[in-house]
Design a protein around this ligand. Structure first.
Ligand code: PLP
Length: 429
């Protein structure tokens, strides 16, 4: 691994120390194809991270490439204020056809964090329009992650999100414990055991200030790679209705098949008022996101003051991003992704479970195309990276978790390489 001096000294990277000559250099990716990244030294590594949940169909996909090439010759971008275009319309039709029935309108934006900002703003503007001006705060559970912009950060986990660093600038929101009953375990009706007592107390005590409850349904991503019981969400729906609070689902990580269902919402019996989508929406080609909402919210905001929703990104509904998203949805519709995700789940289950016997392993869990080995201690990503790239796998552990969310097209051999690297890392970490 050589890496670039310029990168090391001048370019910031996500959640990393600022550029400095003392840092480890980042490997340079020359190109990517299928599940493989080609590094500058010619080494090929399997991207077990799908570029952070995104590249569900793999890199350099001929169908998505072609869709983008065709679109670029027609219209790369145009302002969405006062104008519209075919890719935005076609994508909208396709998204509404597959997303929860309760959602009928779409606000496009440029990234997941912005989609969350928009959802939170919609909730506040909705409450304002129904005359509940005091309802502008948010309730959520610990260990969540909703993005890095200010408001999204304020509803992300206070500890992993380092709220103390920003305490003066960050508005405090309401937090309750992470839903305690894990996915796949038997639901316990005792409200002190299942977390619902704490949730309903928080709602009862603060309902007059709370605009919405925001959650990642079933799978908490970057905040802890934790899977919890969908029954918790069914109860949330009722509690929200009782207290006149909107329910926002952030499916930016879980959307488009990752958990085995097209949307994690489908593991529940209920539907949210607002849904955030992002990450894999363009299959990893371009930054893009969408916030969907119900007719009720749409109608209330339309009839309230000022009669418009106060948000409008410059690159809203970018036609190139829309065309990549359309091609990705068409691929999902024409490929047996559900079987792929199911086989990935079975194989990861079989191959990762032995890790539970290792001395420093706290937990092993698999759901859909997501596999996690949780260690007792924090894992050093630099050590992990150099060890795994030697083994031909790209993994980037976060905090205590060694995890993968491979592309749906990963073959059994490629998956075995991934789980092999994860186990080897768990032995030494
Ligand atoms: C990644 C993520 C976000 C933020 O998306 P960006 O595109 O990085 O802004 C928000 N919510 C969840 C659940 C995510 O996984």
């Amino acid at each position: 691994m050589n890496g670039s001096d310029f990168d090391q000294q001048h370019l910031w990277h996500p959640y990393s120390p600022p550029p400095s000559p003392n840092l480890n250099k980042n490997p340079v990716v020359k190109e990517a194809d299928g599940v493989y990244l080609t590094l500058e030294d010619g080494n090929k590594v399997i991207d077990a991270m799908s570029s952070w949940w995104c590249t569900i169909h793999g890199y350099n996909h001929p169908v998505i490439n072609q869709a983008l090439k065709s679109q670029i010759d027609k219209l790369s971008h145009v302002m969405f204020g006062g104008l519209t275009h075919e890719p935005a319309i076609e994508l909208g039709e396709k998204l509404l056809a597959i997303s929860p029935d309760s959602l009928n309108t779409i606000f496009y934006s440029d990234s997941g964090s912005v989609a969350v900002e928009i959802a939170l703003k919609m909730a506040v503007q909705y409450q304002f329009a129904v005359g509940k001006q005091d309802k502008y705060k948010f309730l959520t559970v610990r260990s969540g992650y909703h993005g890095d912009t200010w408001k999204a950060m304020s509803v992300s986990d206070p500890v992993t999100g380092m709220h103390h660093l920003f305490s003066g600038a960050l508005q405090a929101e309401y937090f309750v414990s992470q839903p305690p009953i894990k996915y796949g375990k038997t639901w316990n009706d005792d409200p002190t055991e299942n977390g619902l007592q704490e949730l309903s107390d928080a709602l009862a005590n603060n309902a007059e200030h709370i605009a919405a409850l925001i959650l990642e349904p079933v799978v908490q991503g970057a905040g802890g790679m934790y899977f919890y019981h969908p029954e918790y969400l069914n109860a949330c729906r009722k509690l929200c209705d009782d207290h006149d609070i909107l329910l926002i689902f952030d499916e930016i990580a879980t959307g488009f098949g990752r958990t085995g269902k097209l949307f994690a919402t489908e593991h529940t019996d209920i539907q949210p008022d607002i849904l955030c989508l992002g990450k894999s929406i363009t299959a990893g080609y371009l930054s893009f996101a969408a916030t969907l909402c119900s007719d009720r919210i749409n109608n209330v905001i339309r009839n309230g003051e000022p009669g418009a929703f106060m948000h409008g990104p410059t690159f809203m509904a970018n036609p190139l991003a829309c065309s990549a998203a359309i091609a990705s949805l068409d691929l999902l519709a024409s490929t047996p992704w559900q079987q792929c995700v199911q086989s990935i789940e079975q194989q990861l289950n079989t191959e990762l479970s032995p890790a539970i016997e290792l001395p420093n392993v706290a937990d092993v869990r698999v759901m859909g195309a997501i596999g996690v080995i949780e260690m007792q201690h924090r894992v050093d990503p630099a050590i992990a990276q150099s060890m795994c790239t030697e083994l031909g796998v790209w993994l980037r552990p976060f905090a205590k978790n060694i995890y993968c969310m491979p592309p749906y097209i990963s073959s059994p051999d490629q998956l075995s390489k991934i789980s092999g690297a994860m186990l080897k890392l768990a032995k030494i970490a």
